[in-house]
Design a protein around this ligand. Structure first.
Ligand code: NAP
Length: 345
């Protein structure tokens, strides 16, 4: 059913945002997507079902004050997904923190000017909850990452500061709209765009010999289609409030490699050596110093630790049921092959 309700999605070209745009169009919403280049650069968005009639692409950059005024004016809802998602950057302040934080404030300022906005859904991250699992804590929406800095997991730092800035804006400026944050873990799944997302790249790297061996590391995965659904449910559910930790299931690297091996991909250079014991973890920590600086830090703060978390709030309050993560991983591999990110064997 076509509705007159209009939703602005910032960073519409992104891996997660493109799925949000697609789902909104399917549901009959009018969508304004913000992008950095001129609209003709995004044929994968302009060709989505319903896009011709109901998608408008508007150029905006997180670094320019007032850049989002036109994009959000008249919209009832705003999904703020745009933020740099990179682990190794030259200058963490200007490459990550400034666009994440100033961009968030700029988008919220524009929403304040546009009296039409009722709710902003902010794409935060597990990174704003913790950057260092400790085997004991069962992480929920109540925890905040207090450990990251410009020097230690700066991407995590940028997401934490951006989410804090968003809540601070709501508290101090008391706008007419409310804010709901979605905090996804590692988002994988088929991509609507030709680019390779930072998280899907981990699966590609595991299959192309980048990892020297199997490490004692685990990830909480969630399918990108579920993350898009979570954003839309957070928008449509009047009672939704606060933060929502969005992760389906955790998987050890060892289980992931075994799944790939038993699913017809054993001819890829999957990691064979097992470094998942305590001696292996120690060795991997030493070897992590040979990696790019921020990858090394990420390894050292995550290896040998199991991330435990509770996803009951999102299941209970938004009624979401997550896709089977094994299915999602295998569909990710098929998608990597489809886009040519992974060689066919
Ligand atoms: P992505 O594909 O890299 O998308 C990021 C989007 O932000 C792109 O549209 C990008 O535009 C835009 N962007 C980056 N810097 C910008 C700037 N200075 N001005 C305007 N737009 C800018 O990443 P994603 O995985 O979809 O991430 C989307 C959001 O989800 C981010 O906030 C990320 O932190 C969060 N998240 C992602 C994951 C995950 O595993 N993927 C997990 C948790 C949270 P261009 O296309 O022009 O670069």
């Amino acid at each position: 059913m076509i509705t007159n309700q209009e939703v602005c999605v910032t960073g519409a070209s992104g891996f997660i945002a493109a799925h949000i745009v697609s789902e909104l169009l399917i549901k009959g919403y009018r969508v304004r997507g913000t992008v950095r280049k001129s609209p003709e650069n995004y044929p994968f968005l302009l060709s989505l079902p319903g896009a011709k009639e109901r998608l408008q692409l508007i150029t905006a950059d997180l670094g320019r004050a007032g850049a989002y005024d036109r994009a959000v004016a008249g919209c009832q809802y705003v999904m703020h997904t745009a933020s740099p998602y990179e682990i190794n950057v030259k200058n963490p302040q200007t490459d990550l923190v400034d666009p994440a934080v100033n961009g968030t404030e700029s988008v919220l300022e524009s929403c304040m000017k546009a009296a039409s906005v009722k709710r902003v859904i902010f794409t935060s991250s597990i990174a704003a909850i913790t950057d260092e699992p400790d085997n004991k804590t069962v992480f929920t929406e109540k925890e905040w990452n207090t450990m990251s800095s410009l020097d230690r997991n700066p991407y995590h730092y940028s997401k934490t500061l951006a989410e804090l800035a968003a809540w601070d804006f709501i508290m101090k400026r008391k706008p007419a709209f409310d804010l709901v944050a979605i905090n996804p873990f590692m988002v994988i799944g088929p991509s609507l765009s030709p680019g390779l997302n930072t998280t899907n790249k981990i699966i590609r790297d595991i299959m192309t010999g980048v990892y020297p061996g199997i490490m004692d590391i685990n990830w909480g995965f969630v399918d990108v289609r579920d993350v898009a659904k979570a954003h839309i449910l957070a928008m449509e559910t009047a009672e939704a409030s606060g933060r929502y930790l969005c992760a389906a299931e955790s998987m050890q690297m060892r289980e992931l490699v075994a799944l790939l091996k038993s699913s017809g991909f054993s001819n890829y250079p999957l990691p064979k050596l097992d470094f998942s014991g305590s001696a292996g973890t120690l060795l991997m920590k030493v070897l992590s110093y040979t990696q790019p600086k921020h990858t090394g830090k990420y390894i050292r703060t995550n290896i040998g630790r199991t991330m435990r978390y509770d996803n009951s709030k999102i299941r209970r309050e938004l009624g979401i049921s997550f896709m089977d993560i094994k299915k999602s991983i295998l569909e990710t591999v098929q998608d990597l092959l489809k886009w040519g990110h992974l060689p066919k064997k």
